[in-house]
Design a protein around this ligand. Structure first.
Ligand SMILES: [Fe+2]
Length: 204
């Protein structure tokens, strides 16, 4: 596995279905205005880095797994006072995203293979569970550690949570990884991420 995958490159030597390529292009376009778009795109990259043979619906799930946050009225986490692994918030976020993404796929004439296939990985992207859920959770976690250092700095600088709470988010995203072969990659991203956050806060 590559230490850090290239951005938005599909594995060479693997054939993908026309439907997958169509839905992938639509998904990438759908995320265009989402504030944390790079995290979604990199989750897709890391998923394929961890498993170049990952089922096509899993890749679509990776690219869209947080999109409920673009629909007003979703669950809100009090970053200062609620644990990052809060079961109520995370379950609501996962269930709402699975619903939003399934509806979006149906609206874009996706087959049942995709509409059903995104369900379990999106429902399990925070805590894992099944083999697909564990793969998705590892990709989400590593992508967060890689892409969301600036986001965490922004929470601290904006007064949404303390430095310690921001660091705890990074630590949780690493410690929660269930997929054995993803753990060293997550630790490397955690280490680099913690250092970068400390440096950016010191410079602020
Ligand atoms: Fe995510």
């Amino acid at each position: 596995m590559r230490a850090v995958p290239d951005a938005s490159v599909l594995p060479s030597g693997r054939a993908f279905s026309e439907e997958f390529l169509r839905l992938r292009a639509l998904a990438i376009d759908w995320t265009r205005d989402y504030y944390d778009r790079s995290h979604l795109l990199r989750t897709g990259d890391w998923l394929l880095a961890l498993d170049p043979r990952a089922p096509e619906p899993l890749v679509i799930a990776a690219l869209t797994h947080d999109m409920e946050r673009t629909v007003p009225g979703g669950p809100v986490l009090d970053k200062a006072n609620t644990p990052w692994d809060d079961p109520a918030y995370n379950a609501a976020h996962c269930a709402r995203s699975a619903h939003v993404v399934a509806s979006w796929l149906t609206a874009h004439a996706a087959s049942e293979r995709f509409v059903q296939g995104i369900r379990t990985p999106i429902l399990e992207h925070e805590f894992g569970g099944s083999a697909e859920g564990d793969l998705m959770q590892a990709a989400d976690s590593i992508s967060f550690l890689e892409t969301n250092r600036g986001l965490v700095v922004g929470w601290v600088e904006g007064g949404e949570c303390s430095v310690e709470k921001g660091q705890a988010k990074m630590q949780w995203m690493c410690d929660r990884v269930r997929l054995e072969r993803a753990r060293a990659v997550a630790r490397a991203q955690l280490e680099a991420g913690m250092a970068e956050i400390a440096q950016r806060l010191a410079e602020a």
